[in-house]
Design a protein around this ligand. Structure first.
Ligand SMILES: C[S@@+](CC[C@H](N)C(=O)[O-])C[C@H]1O[C@@H](n2cnc3c(N)ncnc32)[C@H](O)[C@@H]1O
Length: 283
């Protein structure tokens, strides 16, 4: 599989992952492995469509959902797999594939790769890809940062991370997938002017994105809507109390019109939460 001449990409920690020291800096995962049992319908989808749509990527021995650091996600692999060199968009944490399937249907001249660790989600994405006979979509059941780490420099036009798992407890914030090391890897994988689109319905995650991303000198936040969010949380209090708290001011984007309303987003809206959209352009 690894017949490309290009070297494995360096990891965000600055040292390239190797077979005996793979992704050491990433032992804290952004997900907890859940049941991979499929019901009859999803098992049938898997049996029918995995050969066509699921990428069988080499793993690090004994580490589920990993991608071997010896693998290169590069132009040559894209050409062999998608059969062309069209622009490439990668979605990190695709859920059930609702969004990327719709995008792939609407943009046949763009290649899409969905990354997801939850097997029933992967199976749903396969089911829809098969149902709509999408030639431009592939799905990988992998830990997304592992794939980003082996992505050829400048290969991607866009990366999407919509409604990442919130990990609300402070002691779990380190598990949030939007982190400085991933940002560095996404930046390296993107073309100059490529975009990382992020959306969340969790106010504290929006602050987290702002904290991780807005001080970076390798990305520009191209949002134009000015937002001011309190940086401390009070469970009870008046509007005056809230206004007197320290605030962070930053910019967000208008809703990305390439995003369909997924179940996750709908649940957030139904619960009265505000959606925060960010667009970061790689320098
Ligand atoms: C809250 S869901 C949102 C799904 C989808 N983006 C949407 O908007 O409907 C977050 C998804 O990210 C996936 N995920 C979390 N960490 C991941 C990782 N390291 N690699 C790939 N997928 C991941 C989870 O399994 C989950 O399906």
């Amino acid at each position: 599989m690894n017949d490309s001449p290009s070297m494995p990409a360096p990891s965000a920690s600055g040292t390239a992952p190797t077979a005996d020291r793979p992704y050491e800096h990433r032992e804290l995962m952004s997900f907890v492995r859940r049941s991979s049992r499929l019901d009859k319908r999803l098992q049938k989808a898997w049996d029918n469509y995995a050969d066509t749509y699921l990428l069988d990527l080499p793993q690090v021995g004994g580490r589920e959902l990993s991608v071997s650091p010896d693998f290169n996600f590069d132009h040559a692999f894209v050409k062999r797999t998608w059969g062309n060199s069209h622009p490439m968009i990668v979605e990190i944490g695709t859920g059930q594939g609702e969004n990327i399937v719709a995008a792939a249907q609407n943009n046949p001249d763009v290649n899409f790769l969905a990354l997801e660790v939850y097997r029933p989600g992967v199976a749903h994405a396969l089911l829809k890809a098969g149902k709509y006979e999408l030639a431009n979509l592939r799905v990988a059941e992998v830990n997304a940062p592992d794939l980003m780490a082996v992505c050829e420099t400048g290969l991607l036009n866009e990366v999407w991370t919509f409604f990442p798992d919130p990990w609300p407890k402070t002691r779990h914030h380190k598990r949030r997938i939007v982190q400085a090391p991933l940002a560095a890897e996404v930046h390296r994988a993107l073309k100059t002017d490529g975009l990382w689109r992020i959306a969340t319905d969790i106010e504290d995650y929006a602050l987290h994105v702002h904290e991780v991303m807005d001080g970076r000198d390798d990305f520009d936040n191209i949002g134009t809507r000015i937002v001011s969010l309190p940086t401390e949380h009070v469970s009870k209090g008046t509007a005056d109390t809230a206004a007197s708290l320290p605030h962070a001011d930053f910019t967000e984007s208008e809703r990305f019109d390439g995003r369909v309303l997924t179940n996750f987003e709908k649940k957030g809206i139904d619960a009265g939460r505000v959606i925060h959209d960010f667009t970061y352009r790689a320098r």
